[in-house]
Ligand binder design. Sequence first.
Ligand code: KIV
Ligand code: ZN
Length: 516
Amino acid sequence: MKNVDTRVRIFDTTLRDGEQSPGASMNVEEKIIVARQLAKLGVDVIEAGFAFSSPGDFEAVRRVAHEVEGPVMCSLARCKSEDIDAAWGALKGAARPRIHTFISTSEIHLKHQFKLTREEAKKRAVEMVERARGYLDDVEFSAMDASRTEPEYLYEVIEAVINAGASTINIPDTVGYALPDSFGALIKGIKENVPNIGKAIISVHCHNDLGLSVANSLSAAINGARQIECTINGIGERAGNCSLEEIVMIFKTRKDLLGMDTNITTEQLYPASRLVSSITGIMVQPNKAIVGDNAFAHESGIHQDGLLKDKSTYEIMRPESIGLSRSTLVLGKHSGRHAFKTRLAELGYDIAGENLDKAFDRFKVLADKKKEVFDEDIEAIVQDEVLRLDLPERYKLIKLNVSGGTDTQPSAEVTVEVDGKAVTAKGTGDGPVDAAYNTIAGIVKTRSKLLKYSVNAITGGTDAQGEVSVRLEEEGNIVLGQGSHTDIIVASAKAYINALNRLEYKKRDRKETLVL
Ligand code: KIV
Ligand code: ZN
C-alpha cells in the first residue's frame, strides 16, 4: 500500500511577513522571545526575517537561528546573489538552516514591475537556487504572484527549480486574489503536470485581501499541499496572512473529515497569540476565530442552557485545547519572586538575571498600588521594563507634571533626556495629554505626525494600569509606541517617547525596498 503523507508542515512567517504589518516592527530581543514561543508551539519552520534587507534584519535572523532550538530556521532572499549570500551569512552555523528565495512569475509583475522576460526570470530562479544549494541542502523557492501566473509557465519554472535543487516549492497568493476552488485546482494541476514534483513539498502562502487566506490554504492542503505558511493572529502585509491558529485548529477539529495533522502543541496557541499581540501592539479583534476574547464566550440563554447540560451542544472545541484555561487572577503583593518568574515563563517570557530583577521590582510597586495583579499587568511590565530597554534610547522621559481642569488651560512641564542631556520645557494644549505631547515634540524637534492614539485599561477597576498605544509617521516610516502606568498621562508620555525612539531606530535601520 502507498504511504500517504498526512502531515502538514507549519511554516511560521510572523517574524518576516507578519512584521510587514504597518507599525509592527519588532526589535531583536522581541523576535527572540516570539521565536522561543513558536518553538514551544512546535512550528516546523520559522522565517526569522529577510537578512539582506537591513542590518537589523540580518542580526535578527542570525540570533534567532543560532539561539532558538527546534524548528528549521529560514531567511528570505530575492533571486539575487547578494541576497542569497546575506541569507547564508546570517544562517551559517545554525543547526537547521533554510534559504527561501523568490522571484515573480506572473505576467503582470514581470512586465510592469521587473521588466523581465519569462526566460530571464526562470534562468535567474535556477541560478539562485543553485547558488543557495552551494551553501546548504534545504532550499525553498517561491513563485511570487503564482495565483496570477499562467499555469503552463508556472509548471516549467517549478520543474526547473526542482532540478536545480529546491526541495520546497511555495505557491503564493501574493495579492489575496484566489478563490478556494481555483486555488485548490492550481495545486492539483501542479501535482499532475510537473513531472518531478514528487521530489518536493508543495507549500502555499495566502494573503487575506478577500478574507479567504485560511480557506485557500485549506483547499490547497486538500489538493496536496503539505506546507502552509502562516502567522500568529494572521498579521502580515496589508490584510495579513493565513492565521496559524485558525488553520491548525481546522485540522485538529475536523480530522474526521480531513485526515491531516500538524505538529502543533495547540495548548500553546493562546499564549502565542497574546505574546504577539502584546509585543506588536496589534490587537486581536474580539470576534476573531480561536483566539478572540469572544471566541468561547456564550451569551445567548439558550446556548448557556445547552452548555450547562452538555458542552458538546454548542462547543466544537474545548477552550483548554488552545491553552485558555489559565486563571485570570494571578499574583498579589505577597507573591514572591519564584511565583512571578513561573508566571512569566507560562506567559512565554523566559527572563532571568538583571532583567528579572527590574521586572520584579516594578511588579512589587504595582502590587502595592493594586490589590490584584493580572496577566495583562505582567505583560505590560515586561514590555516596559525589559523589551523596551533593548531599543537604543535616544530620548528618555525624566519628569512630567501636568495641570488642567474645567477652568484652567491644560499645561505641562516635561524633562526629557536627549542624547544624554536633560532638557526641560513647558507647553500647553487642548487637554493634559495634548499639552504633554506638544511639549515633548518641542523638546525633541520631531517632524512626525501622530496617526493614532488609543488608551485601554489593562484590567478592570479605577486602580487599573492604563496602556497607551500611539502610531507615528515620518517620511513613510510608521511606528507604534506603547506605555503603561497607573497614571494615564504618564502612560501617554511613555508611549510617545517609545514611539519616537522606535522611529529613530527605524530611520537608521531602513529596509531595502523589494526591487529585483
Ligand atoms: O506574499 C508573497 O508572495 C511573499 C513571498 C515573498 C513569499 O511574501
Ligand atoms: Zn507574503
